[in-house]
Design a binder for this molecule. Structure first.
Ligand code: COA
Length: 325
């Protein structure tokens, strides 16, 4: 069975508070706190891009696993904000870490659900015999979405998380995962420009589409609560475990109200749900692996604990994974 051998996480140093946003946009600490539960988030430094954040988290995960880059056999990286449109950021990670010529691939465009999808795929690769896979979730969202649009800008931050997956016994066995997609809801969360339908050009620049994140906040909210609650229960059923056995649920951190609603729907107390959205905002596909790394480091989970990860994102995608520490 696939197991997590090491955890890593990284956020850039620069902190942007709600009050900082209020000096720039027509918004307030009160609005952001009430509607989203976010107090501050991190912004990548000017000389940092996606690769730099991915490397920081990856090096920590490798060190935690007691492995060298040469021990890796595959890299999968989930992101919606890659270093370049092509080639994949994972190839750049491979070279920068000093790995062998191992296969790499990005799982792009799955929004904030990307890491759980990548973990699910990587676990199946381990089952086919691959020894060590580096699985990364990373975003530099603040560079690719409009910082002028108050309805989306204040919700996001930058960061990275990573795990090394291999054959157990490790630190946590991946008991199983579930994922799903409803492509009919693709329009509720999408970038207005950048692909072949509406490429970056003078027209998209002129009409404001260039870095506009199209988001139907209320629909995303409703879908998020429904899908994360259902996926959490489905993965437990799949692996033959019950919610009462779960020490901690680590949900995607997009909005405190979404997290609270998932806890309410699952009928579990606050202390069994991990929350760091107030500190980092939504860091996309980095959210779940970063929170996992933080929770392990803080001693919130350890040997013997059953943990459920769950996320949702543009697609509309959702997923959940069950980990036995
Ligand atoms: N500061 C102040 N006012 C803001 C604002 C901001 N940053 N952003 C939006 N507003 C305004 C709106 O323009 C609107 O004004 P109006 O009533 O005059 O039109 C008002 O606040 C209410 O907006 P509304 O959309 O009703 O708020 P909401 O309660 O739905 O909360 C979100 C908005 C985005 C926080 C919430 O819908 C949400 O979190 N949805 C999920 C988004 C998500 O998870 N995205 C990432 C997925 S990975």
């Amino acid at each position: 069975m696939a197991a997590i051998l090491g955890f890593g996480g990284y956020v850039p140093e620069r902190i942007v508070t709600n009050d900082d946003w209020a000096t720039r946009l027509d918004t307030s600490d009160e609005w952001i706190t009430q509607r989203a539960g976010i107090k501050r988030r991190r912004f990548a430094a000017e000389d940092q891009a996606t690769l730099d954040l991915a490397l920081e988290a990856s090096r920590k995960a490798l060190a935690d696993a007691g492995l060298e880059p040469a021990d890796l056999d595959e890299i999968v990286l989930a992101t919606d904000t890659p270093e370049y449109l092509t080639p994949d950021t994972a190839a750049l990670v491979q070279h920068s870490l000093g790995c062998r010529n191992i296969p790499t691939y990005d799982l792009g465009g799955s929004g904030c659900a990307g890491f759980i999808q990548a973990l699910d795929v990587a676990a199946s690769r381990v089952a086919t015999g691959v020894r060590h896979i580096l699985v990364i979730g990373v975003e530099v969202i603040t560079r690719l979405i409009s910082l002028e649009d108050r309805t989306t800008a204040v919700l996001f931050g930058d960061g990275a998380g990573a795990v090394v997956l291999g054959h157990g016994p490790g630190r946590a066995e991946v008991l199983g995962a579930v994922s799903g997609t409803d492509g009919s809801a693709a329009g509720i969360l999408t970038l207005a420009a950048g692909g072949t339908r509406n490429p970056f050009n003078e027209r998209t620049l002129a009409n404001g589409d260039f870095n506009r994140l199209v988001m139907d906040g209320k629909k995303v909210f409703t879908e998020a609560v429904k899908r994360m609650s259902e996926a959490s229960m489905q993965v437990l059923e799949k692996v033959g475990r019950s919610l009462s056995e779960v020490k901690l649920v680590i949900p995607h951190q997009a909005n405190r109200r979404i997290i609270d609603a998932v806890a309410h729907r699952l009928g579990i107390a606050e202390d069994r749900v991990y929350v760091n959205v107030h500190e980092y905002g939504n860091i996309g596909s980095a959210t779940v692996p970063f929170a996992l790394w933080e929770a392990v480091g803080a001693g919130r989970v350890g040997a013997g604990d059953l943990v459920v990860l769950t996320a949702f994102g543009a697609g509309f995608h959702w997923g959940a994974a069950a980990l036995q520490f």
